[in-house]
Ligand binder design. Structure first.
Ligand SMILES: [Zn+2]
Length: 298
């Protein structure tokens, strides 16, 4: 046997093993998405990069909780099927758009986690600097504008944010995340849903204390120290001229300590309907006025 044959056999055996592992990872991520109710019925789709010519993805019309490794579909970067008995998901163009724009990405997960999707339906992005862990890992989580599922509108909406974000909400639809592996993309989906639940509870309790701009800058420094590969820097001042969500992760993190308390307007209104009057602290009142001025400017 020639040396070349030995080398090439070694190479292909290794790549087969790598593909087997990726197929197993996709099955496992699908099982977790279904078990945690991040998807219902046949919702959601998962993909992973195999090499520079091929990626592998989940098939259409299959529950992600009950997949087997042989069900996956191998496609090229134009979406053309190369192998597999089934057809790829109709959301494949959204995955392709992410791989084309992010050479660092090796895995993509799309799901409909209920709390995060609730924020996406309400049109409320998860862009407040509230949890240190989320600031350090995902930064901000914007909402990509609504696009009809399975059409070119959805990849177009995702394109606007994907260069600077590893995760985003999809208006009136769900969420999508990416990472250097399919498992990493899945963990980011878990973080988004967890963050959405915490944000919802804080807002139901009537207020959120934001992290200061100074603290956000310190957390950004930690990204470098811990080797967290963020696709873009955090911009802690959304009002600053020239900030663009396509280029940086815009976070709401006030410089002034009096602006750090954000009252929940609906709870203030509920209180008003009970008492016939609104009672606010000085910080809550200034935050409401600042919010009203911002809305007027927008
Ligand atoms: Zn979907």
């Amino acid at each position: 046997m020639s040396l070349w044959l030995i080398i090439s056999e070694g190479c292909c055996e290794l790549s087969t093993r790598a593909e087997e592992q990726i197929r197993a990872d996709i099955v496992e991520v699908g099982r977790r998405l279904y078990a945690r109710e991040f998807v219902a019925s046949n919702d959601g789709n998962i993909s992973a990069r195999l090499d520079e010519h091929r990626l592998i993805t989940t098939p259409k019309s299959v529950s992600k909780g009950f997949m087997t490794p042989d069900m996956m579909v191998v496609v090229d970067y134009d979406g053309k099927k190369l192998s597999g008995d089934r057809d790829p998901s109709s959301e494949l163009p959204m995955h392709l758009e992410i791989y084309r724009n992010r050479p660092d990405v090796n895995g993509v997960v799309h799901a409909h986690p209920p709390t995060a999707t609730g924020f996406a339906v309400a049109g409320i992005p998860l862009t407040r600097a509230v949890l240190a862990e989320v600031v350090t890992t995902l930064g901000s989580i914007p909402i990509a504008e609504y696009g009809t599922p399975s059409t070119a509108e959805l990849p177009e909406a995702v394109r606007k944010y994907i260069k600077a974000h590893d995760g985003m909400l999809l208006a009136n639809h769900g969420a999508v995340t990416c990472g250097n592996s399919v498992l990493s993309a899945h963990f980011k989906m878990e973080t988004i849903e967890h963050f959405a639940k915490i944000s919802l509870v804080a807002r139901l309790l009537g207020r959120e204390h934001l992290l200061s701009r100074e603290e956000v800058e310190r957390l950004q420094g930690l990204r470098g120290m811990y080797g967290i590969a963020a696709p873009a820097p955090v911009c802690a001042d959304p009002a600053e001229a020239g900030l663009d969500q396509a280029l940086c992760q815009v976070l709401e993190a006030p410089a002034s300590s009096t602006e750090r308390l954000v009252p929940d307007i609906t709870s203030a209104l509920r209180q008003a309907s009970r008492d016939g009057e609104i009672r606010l602290t000085y910080a809550e009142l200034t935050a409401l006025i600042a919010d009203a001025i911002k809305n007027l400017r927008d």
